[in-house]
Design a protein around this ligand. Structure first.
Ligand code: SF4
Length: 121
């Protein structure tokens, strides 16, 4: 029996997970989303990344970015390394792609702010 706290909503249900013959049984979840989260956490845990990337513009030294979809939890540090190696050299706006198909994961790193476009600095 494994325990897992659901992070899908603030209620934070404490769930119990049991696996038998490859079939997962979840108890303690307050709704179906908890069971889906437990299944995903057990089979293919994924997370999102919201962070900043360096820019070449002194007035706006960093630009907020996020991944366009959740990535495998095991690849978070690899993707962060790619983001940390990157310097934005054009005035991108919100939704513009900073890194396309990062590490071949089928996910882009996109700007979440137009601050670079809106300032001359
Ligand atoms: S199981 Fe449902 S009610 Fe409980 S924390 Fe998860 S989403 Fe919220």
């Amino acid at each position: 029996m494994k325990e897992l706290v659901c992070i899908v909503c603030p209620r934070g249900c404490r769930m119990q997970l049991a696996e038998e013959n490859g079939r997962l049984t979840v108890t303690g979840n307050g709704c179906k989303r908890g069971a889906a989260f437990a299944e995903s956490e057990t089979r293919d845990p994924r997370r999102t990344i919201c962070t900043t990337v360096r820019t070449a513009f002194p007035g706006v030294p960093v630009l907020p970015v996020r991944v366009s979809a959740e990535i495998p939890k095991s690849r978070i540090f690899d993707v962060m390394r790619e983001i940390n190696r990157t310097t934005v050299r054009t005035r991108l706006g919100r939704g513009d792609v900073v890194l396309e198909n990062v590490l071949g994961l089928g996910v882009d790193v996109v700007a979440t702010s137009s601050v670079l476009k809106e300032t001359d600095a």
